[in-house]
Design a binder for this molecule. Structure first.
Ligand code: SF4
Ligand code: SF4
Ligand code: SF4
Length: 280
């Protein structure tokens, strides 16, 4: 290692329980990755280079993918946190709990029984949680997988001694800017765009699919306007709650959305049948 390399910030890229899609997205961004490698010293990259057990020093920044689904995950995360000056959660599993948290409202014992019957549970599972349930998270990049441009912009800001810009607008904003036809208004389809954090350029809508909320909830969503829009189109906000449960911790959904939907199940039943009758 020459002296120039030694002065670069040391970065580790780790994976807990997840599909490794965020690490893969980073690996696939070859030109950007090469540029990044010129500015930082990547000393751990679970998916790409040496085993993390070999790294014992202090990191300037740890990028951690995946949610905490076992005691082993938790211990590993706490070790990473102790070894890192800053920690960034990458991907909706790490930021919100993500897909593994989809069933977190079901008791773990019940899930284990369904999957393993009376056999040994492997690994020792616990309800999926985001990183912030256990350690301090300095920066978060949501997405399933992450938007590589957003990650690189955030890294550039951090390397320059600043803070990454926080996206505080919903997917709807980008959808309207791209002049997409709204799928709620034109096809009465459930779309999580109004309550989901933007940054993906409304990718799914551009392919004719509604937003599934993969980037997690936006700060301060317009609940009332969303509810009224869904109501006008024979849908219920409860449908958005169901959709958001796929990517966000149930605790967040219950705290921020479910209470606000009191009474919606009746509405939903009524309007679903209306929607069916109207042939949409
Ligand atoms: S956020 Fe999505 S891409 Fe990333 S680990 Fe989780 S499931 Fe995979
Ligand atoms: S509700 Fe969905 S389809 Fe309609 S504007 Fe928002 S993101 Fe686009
Ligand atoms: S449109 Fe929604 S589901 Fe699709 S990438 Fe964007 S946030 Fe994720």
């Amino acid at each position: 290692m020459n002296s120039r390399t030694a002065q670069k910030p040391k970065v580790g890229i780790f994976g807990l329980t997840g599909c490794a899609g965020d690490q893969l997205a980073l690996l696939n961004a070859e030109p950007e990755l090469i540029a990044l490698a010129g500015r930082v010293d990547v000393v751990v990259f679970d998916m790409a280079i040496s085993r993390k057990e070999e790294w014992q020093g202090m990191l300037d920044l740890a990028l951690v993918e995946g949610s905490v689904c076992s005691q082993r995950d938790r211990e590993e995360l706490e070790k990473i946190r102790k070894q890192s000056r800053s920690l960034m959660a990458i991907g909706s599993c790490a930021v919100w709990g993500g897909l593994p948290a989809m069933t977190a409202h079901i008791p773990v014992k019940q899930l284990n029984k369904q999957v393993y019957d009376d056999g040994e549970v492997f690994p020792k599972a616990m309800g999926a949680e985001p990183l912030s349930s256990f350690v301090t998270v300095d920066f978060s990049i949501p997405g399933c997988p992450i938007e590589i441009g957003e990650l690189l912009e955030a890294l550039a800001a951090i390397l320059a001694g600043g803070e990454p810009q926080r996206i505080d607008f919903p997917v709807c904003a980008e959808c309207r800017m791209a002049e997409q036809i709204c799928l709620v208004q034109s096809q009465n389809r459930v779309c999580c765009g109004p309550v989901t954090v933007g940054g993906c350029k409304a990718r799914c809508i551009s392919y004719g699919r509604p937003c599934d909320g993969c980037r997690g909830p936006v700060d301060d969503p317009c609940y009332d306007a969303t509810r009224e829009m869904f109501f006008r189109h024979g849908l219920a906000k409860a449908d958005v709650v169901d959709a958001l449960r796929r990517f966000s911790t149930p605790a967040w959904v219950e705290r921020n959305l479910a209470a606000d939907f009191a009474g919606d199940p009746q509405r939903r039943g009524h309007h679903r049948s209306q929607t069916k009758e109207s042939g949409t």
